[in-house]
Design a protein around this ligand. Sequence first.
Ligand code: HEC
Ligand code: HEC
Length: 337
Amino acid sequence: MSKLQSPLLSAAALAVLLSLSSAGQAAPSSEPIQPIPAAKAGSPATVELGKMLFFDPRLSKSGFISCNSCHNLSMGGSDNLKSSIGHGWQKGPINSPTVLNSRFNLAQFWDGRAKDLKEQAGGPIANPGEMAFSHEHTVTALKTIPGYVSAFQKAFGSPEVSIDRVTQAIAAFEETLVTPDSRFDKWLKGDKKALNTQELAGYKLFKESGCVACHNGPAVGGNSFQKMGVVEDYKASSPAEGRVAVTGKDADRFNFKVPTLRNVELTYPYFHDGAAATLPEAVDTMGRLQLGKKFTATENASIVAFLRTLTGKQPNFALPQLPPSADATPRPTPFEN
Ligand code: HEC
Ligand code: HEC
């Protein structure tokens, strides 16, 4: 047992070190989790353009799939499916993580292959299994739509449409997708009545069992890569191998970005393969595989009750009205591969 736990302890120590080294943004606190800071407000015109692009299915070959299709902002920024559905109803390879609070991630994607939100945003548009378009097609289409040309003018000071500007605007919008004021954050800020006895007991267990070694910081995750299956192997229902795909290092096999647990009650199903349908199941698996602990039903229920207090204020804005296509805009081809 102690032999099995040693890699965990070093992972734990590493996670704490990592969170300390990136703690510059938060005031020192005795808690391993900090409140979600308010949204970083970029230029309003850029954010507005990014919002339009996020909701616009014309960024896809089918004219049917937008970023919001798989990161539905009415459903916690995810699609609540085991794996996403892409162009031509293709089954995606991996569960769609939430876009909420993604600005706190140390890198984007489960394996961290995009360094930031801007780099990430270019991926799905050109991915044949997602939006199946090309960057050139996207730019060509947007250029023909007068409403977009003026939105680019407002956002960037000139009407040039480029993929660089598209991804910059989407990233600026995503920076605003934070969810402050959860009940847990109210408690962290001193409102001792914000949590009930069961939720507090759950938080205590979450800390004392060692969940916080990997799930810490403002996003309760997102700030390190850790092995899935520390004490016991995880039998994944998909072929994804995690961080090794990026680094090529065998030690990174089955290391995944620790997901944020903010709004986790909204972002089911869980894990990179979406194999855990419910929170009690996910908590049970984490306890056994990561910590070698079998929680009782009462312990499991209190951790789940704590996790539900992490749901914050969801983004709330008027739906963007998208400018109509012009006569010259290329038409979507939903039924072609
Ligand atoms: C067909 C479904 C689908 C579409 C459309 C889609 N995504 Fe995703 N998104 C995913 C999946 C699946 C992943 C995880 C992929 C991986 O990690 O390998 C992901 C990952 C992300 C992440 C990283 C989150 C994290 O925690 O690592 C961000 C941010 C994101 N998408 C934003 C966008 C934006 C912006 C668009 C539109 C330009 C978009 N997505 C379109 C399914 C989709
Ligand atoms: C050694 C690091 C580590 C420890 C300790 C740990 N986790 Fe995790 N947790 C992860 C990783 C990595 C994932 C993603 C694994 C995957 O998808 O394959 C994850 C995923 C989750 C998820 C699913 C989130 C989602 O959106 O898919 C939940 C819920 C969760 N952990 C809760 C807990 C709880 C509760 C504990 C304590 C009992 C805990 N974790 C302990 C690293 C850890």
